[in-house]
Ligand binder design. Structure first.
Ligand code: AMP
Length: 394
């Protein structure tokens, strides 16, 4: 068990917190502040504990160089609004420096600081020791509240946690507890729904889940590779021809492990991926040479609904079709809605499926929408996340 935020007394102490403020920006304006809002419980708790709070995060990919385009200033402004004007942005391209330290050392308990983008420093992504030491020198404690980067070993997570007493923030604690329970001790039946573009991205997840779940549903372009491996024609659909053998092995492995593997029975096809392409639904046995399968059909949706109806745990990662285009988003939104109605623990992996849940306004009806796409996939793969492993044990 890892130490969590409530395991220390922060009265009058300085706490440096790794957040995930990697928010989308358009012309310098934040278009979605979910990640900032999600960090508030940890920040407010530390303020209430009379700590000096030092927040840090990366934003975008400035490639180890200061770059105004990626300054965290807009985040500081938004955060300040959410925290009654109580956020001081420490604008310094070195992120941590003697001047930054002097500012922090003068602060009264309850003050909140935000450092500049940690990726302005080339050492960040290399987990450089010097940078980690500079960050650690600013505080007495370290809290990791950035799940989205916990699968990376960077200076601002793994580096700092080795130098200070460390703990998981509320956000990461929730991710680890809910996903950890699903993987280690799930309530059954346990169904995984996996979609998205490529089997190759999710081999590790499928392999690991085959030892854990009762059923696995495969949708999206991934399903095409399985259908072709079964000898069906998939026309011009996105397919990984070099993964046909692997798909057959996974099908055999599912059978051997007594895991029901469910593939689409019908698909929405079109000759091109565009808003005005003509489309129709056909059986997976009737995909003609000139079309692409771009979504699952009505029958597949009904089948998935019936397969998950009695589930007690459902994990969903990856869209069922090209959901960016309205004509091919029905399957993805139907899955989102079906999950929201279940009397079960429902977990949605980050990225596209989380965006679909958000867009459908169903977030509150899902047990847990993960804040980290890559990190949640690695947890489902059964991997240890370095940013979490580095936190002190209880
Ligand atoms: P991933 O990043 O692997 O989760 O894949 C997400 C992408 O897969 C989305 O951009 C979807 O448009 C795409 N996708 C899902 N289903 C299909 C499909 N049947 N054909 C082509 N692309 C698809």
């Amino acid at each position: 068990m890892k130490k969590t935020i409530k395991d220390y007394n922060y009265e009058g102490k300085k706490v440096i917190v790794r957040c995930d403020f990697n928010v989308p920006l358009k012309n310098g304006e934040i278009t979605d502040d979910n990640r900032i809002v999600a960090a508030l419980p940890t920040i407010k708790y530390l303020i209430e504990q009379n700590a000096v709070v030092i927040l840090m995060s990366h934003l975008g990919r400035p490639k180890g160089q200061p770059n105004e385009e990626y300054t965290l200033f807009p985040v500081a402004k938004r955060l300040s609004k959410l925290l009654n004007d109580n956020v001081h942005f420490l604008k310094d391209d070195r992120v941590a420096s003697d001047e930054v330290k002097a500012e922090i050392d003068k602060a009264k308990p309850g003050t909140v600081f935000l450092l500049e983008n940690t990726r302005f420093r080339p050492e960040e992504e290399k987990n450089g020791e010097e940078f980690a030491k500079e960050l650690a020198s600013l505080a007495d404690y370290y809290v990791n509240d950035a799940f989205g980067t916990s699968h990376r070993a960077h200076a601002s997570n793994v580096g700092v946690s080795k130098l200070l007493p460390s703990a998981l923030g509320f956000l990461v604690q929730k991710e680890v507890e809910i996903m950890g329970k699903a993987i280690e001790n799930p309530e059954r039946p346990f169904v995984a729904i996996l979609g998205g573009a490529k089997v190759s991205d999710k081999i590790g997840v499928i392999n690991n889940l085959l030892d854990i779940v009762d059923k696995i549903v495969i949708v999206g372009a991934m399903a095409n590779t399985f259908l072709k491996a079964q000898g069906k024609s998939v026309g011009k659909s996105l397919v990984e021809d070099d993964k046909l053998e692997l798909a057959n092995e996974l099908l055999a492995s599912a059978k051997a492990k007594n895991v029901k593997l469910i593939l689409p029975m019908d698909v929405v096809v079109a000759t091109e991926i565009s808003d005005d392409a003509e489309f129709k639904t056909v059986s997976v046995d009737d995909i003609s040479d000139d079309v692409m399968a771009l979504d699952i059909g009505e029958k597949s949706i009904k089948e998935i609904q019936s397969e998950i109806a009695d589930a007690k745990t459902v994990v969903w990662n990856g869209p069922a079709g090209v959901f960016e285009i309205d004509n091919f988003n029905k399957g993805t939104f139907a899955i989102a809605e079906s999950l929201s109605k279940l009397d079960a623990i429902t977990i949605v992996g980050g990225g596209d499926s989380a965006a679909a849940i958000e867009k459908a306004g169903l977030k509150d009806a899902i047990t847990h929408v993960s804040t980290g796409g890559g990190a949640s996939l690695e947890l489902l793969e059964g991997k240890v996340l370095p940013g979490i492993a580095a936190i002190a044990d209880k």
